[in-house]
Every structure is written in C-alpha cells, then in structure tokens.
Design a protein around this ligand. Sequence first.
Ligand code: GCU
Length: 336
Amino acid sequence: KGIPAAVLWMAFCIALWGCAAQNTSRETENVPEFVLTYAENQAEDYPTTQGAYKFAELVKERTDGRVEIIVNAQGTLGDERTVIEQMQFGGIDFARVSLSPLSEFVPELNVLQLPYLYTGADHMWKVLEGEIGDRFLNSFDYSGLVALSWYDAGARNFYNSSHSIERLEDMKGMVIRVQESELMSDSIRALGAVPKQMAYGEVYSGLQIGEIDGAENNWPSYESARHFEVARYYTIDEHTRVPELQLAARSTWEKLPEDYRDVIRECAEESARYERRLWREREVLSEKKIRDAGGIITQLTPEEKERFQAAVMPMYQKYCSDYTDVIERIVEAGKT
Ligand code: GCU
C-alpha cells in the first residue's frame, strides 16, 4: 500500500524545518558581522601578544562569533607610530601600544611615564587602577582613539655593547636608542648621552652594525628581541615604567552596537588581568635566561640612582607643568 501522503508530507516539513534551523544558527552564531584587525608588535609567545589572543578569543565567545578579531603580531601591520596613525583614520581597528609613542599623540599621557615616577609595580598599578588611571583612560576623545585597558610592561633599564654603566659619567656620549618620544629623547640628553629615536623592530640591527651603542627596555623585551646577543651590558636602574594600552579606533568603535562595545570593554579588562599574570612570570624567566646566557648585569647603587634621578627632574616641569597636582597625588600614592 505504501506510506500515506500525509505522513510523507510531515516528514518533508520536518526535514525542511531542520535545514532552516541549521541555516539560521549558522548565520547568527558562526558568520561574523564584524571582522576586525588588531596590531601587536611583539613575538607570538610574548605576554602582550598572548593577552591579545585571549582578548580576541573572549570577544568571539561572548558575541557568539559575531565579532571576530584577527591578531597580527610581530609588527606585521607596522611600527607603533604607524599603527597609531592608521588607527586614527580607522585603517586598523585595535592595537596594544606603549605609552611612549602614544604620548606624542595624547601628550597628557606623559604624566604616567615620567622618569622615576613610581616606586615599583604596586605603586604604578595603584595609580592606573584608581581614579587617576580612569581619568586618563577617558581623556582621549579628541585623538581618534578609544582606550580600553592597561597592560603591564615592567620597568626599563639601560643596556649597551661596550661597558657596564655604574655611574652617571658612564652614560656620557653614548648613542642610546629611544622610543619615538620627545620626553624619552630629552631624558637621555639630560643624562649626558645622545638619543636616537628608532622603531623597536630596528633596534637589533642598529646595535649589531653599531648605529647605536645601546638602548633601554624591560627584561622580557631585551630577551625576546634578542638584544642581549648584541648588547651584553645590562644595568638595573629602573629609570622608567612605561605602561601600555589596548586601544580601539574611534571610527570602528562608533560603528559597533552598544552591547558589543560593552562586551569588548569587559574582555579587554579580563585580558589585561591575564596579561599581567603572564608578565610577572615572563619577567622572572627572561632575567634568568639572560643571566644563564652570560649577560653582564650590574645594579646602580642607591647613591648613583639619586644622581640619575636628579638629572632627569627637569622633565617634570618641561613636559607636565599643567599636571603638578596629579603628579603630587601620584607621588603621595607611593608613600602609603
Ligand atoms: C616594549 C613595548 C613595545 C615597544 C618597545 C620599544 O617592548 O612592549 O610596545 O615597542 O618597548 O622599546 O619600542
């Protein structure tokens, strides 16, 4: 007799409904509405890059795949300065950058990277996570950029290819690479050396061919970028702590619906906590790796450190005279 027509019709409808349901779920859950770029200038295994991947992963998960962020590490989208410029017209959607080059675009950020400002990591985090940090995070409106969260980059120290720096006089005449920042160039001059601004990706060859005598950076960068191979003398002087920011291009930000923005902010903060944990681990590992590789490490005596500090003090007035009250509050925060 065969199957009744009504049963066949029902089976057909169920199959059709199944396909439709599958299609809908594919459209809403898996096909991204926004595919956005993220620039990062460090190596794949570096804490900030790992933080970026975490950020992208969380955003994808929490928007059910509707916002996809493609992380481009190792400076493939350009050096930090170029990345910031591209973000200002929406050519790149997200990035993690150091405050040094960013301060050239948002000058008030110099306050947070003044030499010898913080007594240590805890002091810096107290400031960044408190009211002062929030105020700076929300002061970018005019720049074409939106600040999302703070990343850690430790303290920076000097290194070079010719001798240990033990006294201020040892800095004299040395050509030292600095980030693309006037404040940093001036600080180097104040210490008696000659600054040369250069992108991070060019420092290794600069040291190798003798275009520069030295540079300055934190332990993980010194190790990860292998600068220690061509500049073995590393002096722990902690002349500055330069925090970093995850940023969004304002034009991209404005295209995103409110609920996606909230998710993105939340994921940026979560990824920052993740990065800070990785950072602490990497600092220890990098220092150990350098010491094991035969790096020549010295530490400034407290008396010498005071001389370095005194030499760069004019930077406070020159770059941040409008912010003396904020600076006083930051210094105060380091005492309690
Ligand atoms: C650190 C920072 C980088 C920066 C670099 C530099 O490594 O994480 O973002 O480019 O310093 O010295 O330029």
